[in-house]
Design a protein around this ligand. Sequence first.
Ligand code: DGY
Length: 321
Amino acid sequence: MDKASIYITRKIPKTLLSNYEEHFTFRMWEKEDESVPRDVLLEEAKTVDGLLTVLSDQVDEALLSQAVNLKVVANLAVGYNNIDLSAAKKHNVLVTNTPDVLSETTADLGFALLMATARRIIEANEFIKNGEWKDWAPYLLAGADIHHKTIGIVGMGRIGEAIAKRATGFNMNIRYHNRSRKEDAEKNLGAVYSSFDDLLKESDFIVSVVPLTKETENMFNKDAFQKMKSSAIFINISRGDVVEESALFEALKENKIRGAGLDVFREEPIHSDNPLIGLKNVVCLPHIGSASDDTRTAMIRLCLDNIKGVIGGMGAKTPVG
Ligand code: DGY
């Protein structure tokens, strides 16, 4: 019997494929730092049984309607807003994602970003490297405290809970907003459910961990930033489209809020002329929430296991939809 064929849209270590080569033939986009061009992806998708995709690949009706052999799309991310789930269903293609394996790592990054923004770590580093440290002063690079402050987590999924767990170590008051109440987090972490408005008004740190959906798109808009304290710090580790970037820019520029730590943007890679980059009170990262060696390897393995499960008829470990 012919082996099933899989196309991988980004360069991943070939050693991770060896356990699966008995079942599959793999082709891969080999350029490390460059996305697969759309026409190449469309062409590859026409013949393969499985795709391993990343969040910048659009898996839509145009792709799926031509992908006559395609059975599974394994997305290397917990988010899957790059995939049209109803089109996938229509074409009998199963979609999988990578929950759980990345929660702790993404929460680590979220907390690191919160701390870096509050305590102006990047600015301080640049200050020294630019040779600007001439003397000591009482308020030199003074930042905001984290301990005993209120953190408002918007989206209390697995990553949200892992952030809340870290916040307990800093004696923070934890507020959360979510579609449904999380009784375990309330009981075990002391997290208090809040309406979105109350969370915005009461939190010193507002952390966005919501998936991108029709309901969450642009939820951090002018109105939301106006409700925040002028000392508030906004952290986004979910998706750029949950934020109206022009409203965030205005809020930061006019000191309506104190700062922002952003791992995600509406357009990625972020354009060098994006005004947010020029602000001193913004820390920007290139969407590296789950980017640790171990976690990326675990995510790739989970994608490959899902592909093997679906094509082998055993089912996926982590299907979505
Ligand atoms: C995810 O998994 O959705 C992340 O954003 C990718 O790092």
